[in-house]
Write a new protein. Structure first.
Ligand SMILES: Cc1ncc(C[n+]2csc(CCOP(=O)(O)OP(=O)(O)O)c2C)c(N)n1
Ligand SMILES: [Mg+2]
Lengths: 564, 178
């Protein structure tokens, strides 16, 4: 068979059920074999390659294994780069397959040639270019390695660039001999992710916890990478330690848990930030200490740091760690739980201080409507208060829903106010802050778990970076719900200009935007537009009851702040 | 590197020699040089060559930085799948064998020839090429000796210099792959 068919068969063996892509000449052999080989893989035709990458990312975050996006050479491939970089920053395992020009023409600037392995070099965990037909036989090995590298250690994107003639090359390959990477991990001499934590360090962790009066757990995205949510909860409960999370760690710990403090950092609320400032022991679990979460000046406050991470390069990079623990978070938590003394006392005083009147501490302060000369300040405000809106959403949304948030004020509102329970997931572009992530991510997440309610929340600016995917949703029957927080502004930038640039508002007005309901209608999608608090419950009930895609446009005040 | 200092005991920017065994394939050099550029690590020299194992190359990097930077360099290099092993070599000459090859083309009139030959001789440099108005000398030594030699012949008029960058091995019986 040719290498393209071998590629299809390897993907099937790796458990791939859906791939997201966009064809073009250089990847045609692969598309051809997808059909000719009667593949079980469903191809989902996105409407822009970046969204293929985001969809693969959303699916991977739910399925817990690498998922695949495909593009053609040149512009198709370069369109993928933002998604690859977004996945890299958030450590999401995706495999990007790109067609490349004929191997003999590489380096000659022929039509639709782009040096992809070069271009994505800063944003991938690893990449492969099959340089000549002689290397075609290596493809099965490369696929197995790619899945292994993407999924294990600190997960991340892997790119495989395959010239058209390499795809067409006949190779001898037996499907039955192919062992998926998860069953038979390949031996790669330069790649040895470590698994369990060093015993001595675990002992030090236990001692530090026993000594601490005011310990704090900070959960990051790494907790999901190894599906360690339940173990972390056991740990927090047994050791009686409050839990804050980074943006990537949202939903790793039930929002309504007595120990839950919420998201810390520059965009977080008071309670989690107070917890960070006053703790005497910070236990970082799969969190890389991003500048928006924990600033280096925090380290001067004198708390001791235990840093558990699979990536040794993250430990000590942004915050000195007294007790570094390199290892798989699942394995490390098991080790900790095993050694944790049964008679470990409670931290009543600390917990009561922080969480005693949690509802009080978490209470949302009504945003002050100040009178800057923003366009509509004189008009009567027909708007929904985000605070009210999230209150209703939390009441009506199933606790195990998957909620994706875009970037902007809508992201911060959602991150700080969404309340999810066991099995619920919050997905957003944390490290990169990529506008246009929420809808394609939700598309992928829905394929990752079709049973779950999947709701994408975006802004009116970011919606216009991704609404082409409405067609994908219709074409492939992907029933996600979209909520657009409409302020007719690039709200977050407006807020920044207001606070830091003397209210010199430029390039943040979205006048000229379409009527989103009419737009949805053009795709055959139902929706509703609300601009009054009293309509929120009913509108959300209709949205959640819909068996088809549904769009809800929520008018919010342009003066609303990110931190409600 | 704004946070470069906060966990180093030693803020001196010293030169360090890092030795790495890497897969001998096309992308590896650009991955490594890209990493250094991207993360703002300062390289003095980088030398690559094959090793006793045909598909493994050794890269020797001389880089500048404090303990924090050095630790990050080693950790970030280790993350590259193509990098098989990384080690920071000892700093002291008593434990480190480090060499660099220099070719230096120097102006040389017939009357200066004997003088230059004598200088080359006492410094263990080879005379690799002689022409009517120039001479090319070749010296393999550690960096201090190369610099000293360069100063010695500078008065004659250096036309051009090519240097390989430092290669180094730890003294004694240990090796990177053991
Ligand atoms: C691709 C991309 N371009 C630009 C930005 C910078 N940016 C951050 S937030 C924001 C405004 C987003 O506006 P909107 O989607 O309407 O959300 P809002 O803040 O109004 O809720 C912009 C432009 C970004 N994060 N991503
Ligand atoms: Mg907006």
């Amino acid at each position: 068979m040719n290498a393209a068919r071998a590629l299809v068969k390897c993907l099937e063996k790796e458990g791939v059920t859906s791939i997201f892509g966009y064809p073009g000449a250089a990847i045609c052999p692969f598309y051809d074999e997808l059909v000719l080989s009667n593949s079980s893989i469903e191809h989902i035709l996105v409407r822009h390659e970046a969204n293929a990458g985001h969809a693969a990312s959303g699916m991977a975050r739910i399925s817990g294994k690498p998922e695949v996006c495909v593009a053609t050479s040149g512009p198709g491939a370069t369109n993928l780069i933002t998604a690859i970089a977004t996945a890299y920053m958030d450590s999401i395992p995706i495999i990007a397959l790109t067609g490349q020009v004929h191997s003999e023409q590489i380096g000659k600037d022929v039509f639709q040639e782009a040096d992809m392995t070069g271009a994505v070099e800063p944003f991938v965990k690893h990449s492969y270019l099959l340089k000549s037909p002689k290397e075609a036989a290596e493809l099965p090995r490369i696929i197995r390695e790619a899945f292994h590298i993407a999924a294990t250690g600190r997960p991340g994107p892997v790119l495989i660039d395959i010239p058209i003639d390499v795809q067409l090359e006949e190779i001898s390959f037996s499907v039955d001999d192919y062992q998926p990477s998860s069953k038979a991990p390949p031996e790669i001499r330069g790649y040895k992710p470590s698994f369990s934590g060093n015993k001595l360090q675990i002992k030090r962790v236990i001692d530090a916890i026993a000594e601490s009066k005011k310990p704090l757990i900070c959960a990051g995205g790494g907790v999901f990478a190894r599906n360690a949510q339940t173990l972390m909860q056991q740990f927090a409960e047994r050791a009686d330690i409050p839990v804050v999370n980074t943006m990537m760690g949202i939903s790793s710990f039930p929002s309504d848990h007595r120990l839950s403090c919420g998201m810390l950092g520059m965009h977080g609320k008071q309670l989690p930030n107070r917890a960070l400032n006053e703790c005497d022991l910070l236990i970082l679990l799969g969190a890389r200490v991003n500048d928006r979460a924990i600033s280096p000046s925090n380290s001067e406050r004198g708390f001791k740091v235990i840093h558990v991470d699979i990536d040794p390069a993250e430990i000590g990079k942004n915050l000195p760690a007294a007790i570094p623990v390199v290892g798989d978070i699942y394995a490390v938590l098991e080790q900790i739980l095993e050694l944790l003394p049964k008679d470990l006392g409670k931290h009543d005083e600390w917990c009561n201080y922080l969480l005693g009147n949690k509802t009080g501490a978490n209470v949302v302060i009504k945003s002050s409507f100040d009178d800057s000369d923003d366009n509509n300040s004189s008009e009567e405000k027909n708007v929904v208060s985000p605070k009210e809106f999230y209150g209703s959403l939390n009441k009506l949304l199933p606790k195990d829903a998957i909620v994706t948030a875009d970037v902007g004020q809508n992201q911060i509102w959602t991150a700080n106010n969404i309340q999810l329970g066991e099995g619920g997931r919050f997905l957003t572009s944390g490290g990169m802050g990529t506008m246009g992530y929420s809808v394609p991510c939700a598309v992928g997440a829905k394929r990752g778990n079709p049973e779950r309610e999947v709701v994408a929340i975006c802004g009116d600016g970011s919606f216009q970076m991704q609404f082409m995917e409405l067609a994908t949703m219709i074409q492939h029957g992907i029933n996600i719900k979209i909520i657009i927080m409409a302020n007719n502004r690039l709200g977050m930038v407006r807020e920044l200009q207001k606070l830091k640039y003397q209210n010199n508002l430029t390039a943040v007005f979205l006048d000229g935007s379409p009527d989103f309901i009419k737009l949805a209608d053009a795709y055959g999608i139902n929706g509703e537009h609300i601009s009054n608090n009293k309509d929120v419950d009913k509108a959300l009930t209709t949205l959640l009851a819909s068996k088809k895609p549904y769009i809800l446009v929520v008018d919010v005040d342009a003066e609303e702040r990110s931190i409600l | 590197m704004s946070q470069a200092n906060h966990n180093s005991n030693n803020n001196n920017k010293e030169k360090h020699t890092i030795s790495a065994l890497v897969e001998n394939n096309a992308g590896v050099l650009s991955r490594i040089s890209g990493l250094f550029a991207r993360r703002g690590f300062n390289i003095h020299s980088l030398a690559v060559g094959v090793t006793e194992v045909p598909d493994v190359s050794r890269i020797t990097i001389v880089a500048e930085g404090d303990d924090y930077v050095l630790e990050q360099i080693a950790k970030q290099l280790n993350k590259l799948v193509d990098v098989i092993k990384v080690r920071t070599l000892p700093k002291h000459g008593s434990e480190l064998l480090s060499r660099e090859l220099m070719l230096v083309k120097v102006s040389c009139t017939p009357s200066e020839r004997q003088e230059l030959i004598a200088i080359a001789k006492i410094n263990d440099a080879k005379i690799s090429d002689v022409s009517a108005t120039a001479m090319t000398l070749e010296l393999s030594a550690n960096q201090q000796r190369l610099s000293a030699f360069e100063e010695l012949i500078r008065p004659y008029g250096i036309k051009e210099i090519a240097r390989t960058g430092v290669i180094a091995l730890q003294k004694g019986a240990t090796s990177l792959n053991s």
